[in-house]
Design a protein around this ligand. Structure first.
Ligand code: GLC
Length: 476
């Protein structure tokens, strides 16, 4: 079984969020679980990819890729890591930019990349059984495979899987660039058009042999108006080929027992180091060093759908209790300002770090007692799983992957691994948050819950198997 993952980010090379985590860990999980599988990943060679990795790369070939009337340089580099071959598409005009996304010509940049993914097969001779594309940036590779390239017998047997990591970002462009940028003829208009625009996600859903998303619950939610950002008609129409497979996390990278970022390591067998981690983060961030005050953390992009309107609504009510709150993340300017001023008004009680910092994030997971994630929508969410593994009890809204991974604490039979609320309502959130802090004050019960949460299996094992089953069962 030959599998080629196409994506716009993968750890440790380049990442801005959950997609990078997934593409940094799923391919090697499949390679390890199925030694007969030949797993490869193709990424853009962004200028931000460090010299450390560049020095390990070999130049496979230098070639040219057509994009409509353009003929663009395309270097193909590769390196081997953890049983997976990574290819990097080099073109400095497109990828020597200060950020991964957010440029005026993102449509063209990723159309080029998607074309390059298909040309790579020809130039390397690696024709996979499965092309597994991820999110709008590589949606066009699925569309190209099933249109322009299907005329070539070498491409026809390649099956396409398209994974939706977040439906909010669809790749929407004006119809006027269908030919000029995407190089597609008017015959493809019906496939790619949605609401009068080019919609790359819609096109990939139509063309793919299977569409997956990152949790079973999100697969159901995607078929509703509330969650689909306009695409529920399409997702309902194609529901026969829509599957929800929950993400895992890299349990080697996220392991409190060995994590080099922590001041002291700990595990479910010996959790004593967690208190040291709490003291460390309190000191580091200017919080009062109080071992018995529940420390509630949020680590999140400051984006509306992460549930920040609920937080801003009731946080000051919550701060009347003996609690501490710490937030790490960047994003929406108004939210950044709000939380900076909150920290200024509650010194020693609230710490706000407007950064994207992996090392610090792990120190916060380790130091926190409770982890808040009240998302309005959450395709999968990885932070709640990481938090759970580091013994910070997740308090989440029952949506998407949060619903699938966090089961409410039930004192009757002492089950569950967190606290949950159903409605998108600030006081419902506050109510369960207070249940969590109340339980925290009952040390024995809370420790039992914490140890159970730490032992939850969030590895890729079962999901890697589900992907392999899906690949094998795709219609020829
Ligand atoms: C996106 C989603 C997140 C998911 C991640 C990886 O970032 O918003 O919920 O965990 O992709 O699939």
């Amino acid at each position: 079984m030959k599998i080629l993952f196409a994506g716009s980010e993968a750890l440790p090379f380049a990442s801005t969020g959950g997609l990078g985590d997934v593409l940094g860990s799923l391919p090697s999980a499949i390679a390890h679980a199925f030694p007969y599988a030949d797993v490869r990943v193709v990424l853009p060679l962004y200028s931000s990819i460090s010299h450390e990795y560049r020095s390990e790369m070999t130049l496979i070939t230098e070639t040219q890729v057509r994009l409509s009337w353009r003929v663009q340089y395309c270097g193909i580099y590769s390196l081997l890591r953890d049983g997976v071959t990574y290819y990097f598409i080099d073109n400095e005009y497109y990828f020597k930019r200060p950020t991964l996304y957010g440029n005026y010509d993102d449509g063209e940049r990723f159309a080029f990349f998607s074309r390059a993914v298909l040309e790579l097969m020809d130039r390397t001779g690696f024709f996979p059984d499965i092309l597994h594309a991820n999110d709008w940036q590589t949606a066009a590779s699925v569309i190209y495979l099933k249109s322009i390239y299907s005329a070539d017998a070498r491409y026809r047997p390649v099956r396409a899987v398209y994974t939706i990591h977040n439906i909010e970002y669809q790749g929407i462009y004006g119809m006027d660039i269908l030919g000029d940028v995407f190089g597609l003829g008017p015959n493809m208009r019906g496939v790619i058009e949605y609401d009068g625009n080019i919609n790359l996600t819609k096109g990939a859903i139509v063309c793919a042999d299977a569409v997956t998303t990152v949790s079973p619950q999100y697969a159901r939610e995607l078929q509703t108006e509330y969650y689909s950002h306009g695409l529920y008609h399409i997702l309902r129409l194609y529901r026969e080929k829509l599957f929800g497979i929950i993400n895992g996390i890299d349990t080697t990278y996220y392991n409190p027992e060995t994590d080099p970022a922590l001041p002291k390591n700990y595990s479910a067998n010996d959790p004593s180091g967690k208190a040291v981690c709490k003291e460390h983060i309190q000191r580091l961030t200017g919080l009062a060093v109080c071992p018995n005050t529940p420390l509630v953390a949020m680590i999140s992009r400051l984006a509306e759908h992460k549930g920040f309107d609920l937080v801003t609504c009731v946080i000051e009510e919550f701060l009347k209790d003996d609690v501490q709150f710490i937030l790490l993340g960047t994003g929406d300017k108004a939210l950044e300002d709000y939380f900076s001023s909150l920290a200024a008004r509650y010194p020693g009680k609230v710490a706000v770090l407007l950064q994207f910092n992996k090392e610090l994030s792990k120190q916060i997971y380790a130091g926190a007692d409770i982890f808040l994630m009240p998302s309005k929508s959450e395709p999968c969410g990885l932070s709640q799983m990481i938090a759970s593994r580091y013994g910070a009890i997740p308090v989440v809204r029952e949506t998407g992957g949060l619903y699938d991974t966090i089961k409410p604490y039930n004192p009757e039979n002492d089950s569950g691994n967190g606290f949950t609320f159903a409605n998108y309502n600030a006081h419902d959130m506050l109510y369960v948050l207070r249940q969590a802090t109340a339980l925290y004050r009952d040390k024995d019960k809370f420790t039992k819950l914490m140890l159970r949460a730490m032992k939850c299996d969030f590895s890729w094992d079962s999901s890697a198997k589900q992907y392999m089953e899906l690949y094998k069962n795709l219609p020829q």
